[in-house]
Ligand binder design. Sequence first.
Ligand SMILES: *Cc1c(COP(=O)(O)O)cnc(C)c1O
Length: 362
Amino acid sequence: MIPVTKPFLPPVEEFNAYVEDIWKRKWLTNMGPLASHLETKLKDYLNVRNLLFVTNGTIALQMAIKALNLSGEVITTPFSFVATTSSIVWEGCTPKFVDIDDNTLNIDSKKIEASITAKTSAILATHVYGNPCDVEEIERIARKYNLKVIFDGAHSFGVTVNGRSIFDYGDITTCSLHATKLYHSIEGGLLVAKSPDVLKKLSSMRNFGISGSESFTELGINGKNSEFHAAMGLANLPYVDQIYKQRKLLTECYNESLGPVNVFRPKWHAQSASNYAYYPLVFENEDVLLGVKAKLDKHEVFSRRYFYPSLASVLPYLKESPELPIADSISSRVLCLPLYFDLTVEEVKLISALIIKAINNI
Ligand SMILES: *Cc1c(COP(=O)(O)O)cnc(C)c1O
């Protein structure tokens, strides 16, 4: 059996060394020393100034929307994980979907301006599969119309654009450190803010809005993460460069083994290098995808229709389900293949051979 993903785990002794320290201190959560240490290490590794370690990537999105005081309409992408849209609705705003670009699969920045109304307060875009959005153009539009920008960077840990961290763009960028992501802390999330004042607000919001033993500065939530999650984040961090390297090798092996197959691969941002977070293929049509998926399933190779269906068409709590032809088309044809640290070159070759066989039989 080959799963679509498998979490990376560090040598258990390295995790245990952190856990033994937790046992000695009996400080289990609430901005403990490991959580603070992880924040310092991540700021250094990612080269960003204002960063917080929080419960998960979804809470990070909700806190970002709240901290920027968004209301009314938020322009967003239909081609993302459900948390991108649900966070907007959860915070009392209305998602306004803009179709995606058929080369990058990110929100089409050329279509954003036509969707801006007097009620628009922000743009919330996802760097899909880690591939940077058209960040400079999105920031230009936001400045012109006085909008806030949040990037859902759940997939884009470690990605740079023009040598700068992708997390440096937008008013706030969020990241997920969930076990299925490239770099993880079991459950976890990050908030990176451009302004130190916004970070200060987020930091207070993360801890119920408490400012002193008997005072509160604002509405808050429990967005803290624990020492055990921080321990996993710290134990995994030294391996991140090895993780990219192995994923790069496997990606290149897929590219080579799948060689002549008639598929489309999303085009990566020209000033950025991939972090190899996913291996998506876009097939000619949905029948080909279903044929390939059935063949893989039969051999216990699990792939994932990620993202399918388009969020604009499937969520029961949306008032409008606009037609977004490119997102609908891509989501019906895209399949993510297994990609994780423990996957072997032999397994990649086997998966590729199954795909070629399936396509030839259609
Ligand atoms: C995983 C993911 C999230 C949610 O992160 P959690 O840490 O699981 O809450 C949000 N957006 C995208 C694009 C994701 O892939």
